[in-house]
Design a protein around this ligand. Structure first.
Ligand code: FDA
Length: 321
């Protein structure tokens, strides 16, 4: 009976398990209670090196030994208090100072709802701009959250990008609108990280089938690596662990004369480690996003939903005690 359950968890595609996990990621009760369980914490350890910046820097040094770069992200989202949003932005300024002192890459990734997007766009702008100013010489990546935030996120990106080049943005291939959004970002010569998309979205706004998301991802990748985008100074980051998409990307680049340093791959800490090392060894630009912090529950649940077989990993941790 156990093996049938395992088989189901491993084979289940984008359906019920994924929806259930994503729904649980929004539960306030679970956000408070789940991290208290040791098996949950042990499962989360797979995706983050620890809760402190020092843990993230330690992980980045190890990745650096393999010529893999790092981007740092302090976990948190949907803050409800303006003072907290401002405090988070000052924290990121401090993070950048510590990264500078440690000789680390000056790249961080932020969520705008962590900086007050739910509260007031001007407050969020000030908080983001503070971090971008502190990242001179580096880059602040803006994560993309649920589809309801996309317009506001793009508007804030363009506002800050008009004042400073040290800001980049994430786009999600599962959204129908992304091809159009990408054009305005290419015109601006932006740094763009393309990902598939991690949230629960309605079929009116996002491709429900994984096959269509993957196909759109590849079409968007081709545009990111096109002459038109590269001539505008676009920095194209292909954010995926999908080995087949990575292979097709490299094949396309090679056929179209895009040099290996004309684009980069980004992955999450702890996922496809061997592929990360293999790409770096073959002189592709490989960067790992290292997330850390105490507010990891919703982010961790999205990692679980990406691969329902991870649920099996969590179950094994219960058994291991
Ligand atoms: P896919 O889900 O098809 O996975 C391909 C293979 O990778 C799987 O078969 C499995 O082997 C492995 N894999 C993928 N996810 C795994 C997991 N969680 N655990 C174990 N193995 C896994 N999303 C978003 O909406 N907004 C954002 O700002 C970001 N930011 C971001 C930054 C970076 C650097 C990355 C790599 C990803 C994001 N994401 C994101 C998440 C993204 O949208 C997507 O959910 C995940 O990357 C999983 O999709 P893949 O492209 O890896 O493909």
């Amino acid at each position: 009976m156990m093996s049938a359950a395992v088989h189901w968890l491993r084979s289940e595609p984008l359906g019920i398990v994924r929806s259930a996990i994503l729904a649980a990621s929004q539960s306030e009760w679970l956000r408070v209670h789940a991290p208290r369980y040791r098996f949950v914490r042990r499962t989360a350890d797979r995706f983050m090196p620890g809760e402190k910046l020092e843990d993230a820097i330690g992980a980045a040094r190890k990745l650096g030994d393999h010529n893999i770069g790092s981007v740092f992200s302090a976990l948190g989202e949907n803050v409800t208090d303006p003072a907290e949003a401002e405090k988070e932005s000052h924290y990121y300024v401090e993070v950048l100072a510590q990264l500078r002192a440690a000789g680390m890459p000056l790249e961080v990734s932020v969520k705008l709802t962590h900086l007050g997007l739910d509260l007031n766009p001007d407050l969020c702008y000030r908080n983001l701009k503070r971090i971008v100013d502190a990242a001179a010489g580096g880059l602040v990546w803006i994560d993309m959250e649920q589809s309801a935030y996309v317009d506001r996120t793009l508007a804030l990106f363009h506002r800050v990008h008009a004042e400073s080049p040290h800001v980049g943005i994430c786009l999600q291939a599962y959204l129908y609108r992304t091809a159009k959004d990408m054009e305005s970002l290419i015109t601006a010569g932006a740094a763009i990280r393309l990902v598939k998309g991690a949230y629960q979205e309605a079929k009116e706004v996002a491709y429900p089938k994984k096959r269509d998301v993957d196909q759109n991802f590849f079409e968007l990748t081709k545009r990111l690596l096109s002459d038109g985008a590269l001539h505008r100074g676009v920095r194209g980051a292909i954010g995926t662990h999908d080995i087949e998409l990575i292979r097709r990307t490299n094949e396309f680049a090679s056929e179209h004369g895009v040099p290996k340093d004309g684009y980069e791959f980004q992955m999450l800490y702890g996922i496809q480690r061997e592929e990360q090392i293999r790409l770096a060894r073959n002189r592709y630009r490989m960067i790992v996003l290292i997330c850390y912090g105490t507010h990891w529950y919703p982010w961790f649940m999205r990692r679980m939903a990406e691969r329902p077989a991870n649920t099996w990993f969590a179950l094994k941790n219960i058994v291991a005690g």
